[in-house]
Design a protein around this ligand. Sequence first.
Ligand code: UDP
Ligand code: MG
Length: 194
Amino acid sequence: MANGAGVREQTLVLIKPDGLSKSLTGNILTRLSETKLEIAATKCLHVSRELAEEHYKALRQKPFFEEVIKYIMGEYHPRKKVMAMVYVGPDAIQKVRSVTGATNPEEADSVTIRGQYGRITTKGVYENVIHASASLEEAEREIKLWFQPNEIIYDLYPTKEIEVKEKKRVWAKGPNSAILSTPKFQSSTKKTKA
Ligand code: UDP
Ligand code: MG
């Protein structure tokens, strides 16, 4: 349930691979800014099958489950990534859901994001360009799934400190030229010693 009555909430928003592939990021952010909510975290990421299945675990029994997993993993779009964000502010859940629109883009009000930019594919998947948490409980589960505490500028939920020994990827020293333009960039997993 959402709080209502102006209580400060947080909600997870994902711009899905169709939104990114159609270069709708700016349009979607502009629509979201109508809510006057604040962005507390943002990142672009490739979605693993594990993350996709966990995110949509409530839909596991649905006939369209596999298609929805492939969709959020970017298997149907050239930009195989999502942009994940946390929005915070009064009645955040209802405000974002309302500008997002109905799940089925053909039923969504035409002034909503899904009504404006969504479509139903020939396979029957609702490519509705955006995800938004539907309740406080869902928001908590989803925010904790997609973000680590130190990726969010506010302490939204209780945290604890643990000791970890981990390998970490850092920027390499030296005069590096950008690797983005080289063909190796897409497939390279080679790491340079710092
Ligand atoms: N979906 C679909 N067909 C359906 C129901 C859902 O393709 O009949 C997809 C759609 O992309 C939707 C996602 O599965 O956004 C998650 O479904 P949910 O019922 O949680 O809708 P939402 O909360 O996204 O409005
Ligand atoms: Mg949902």
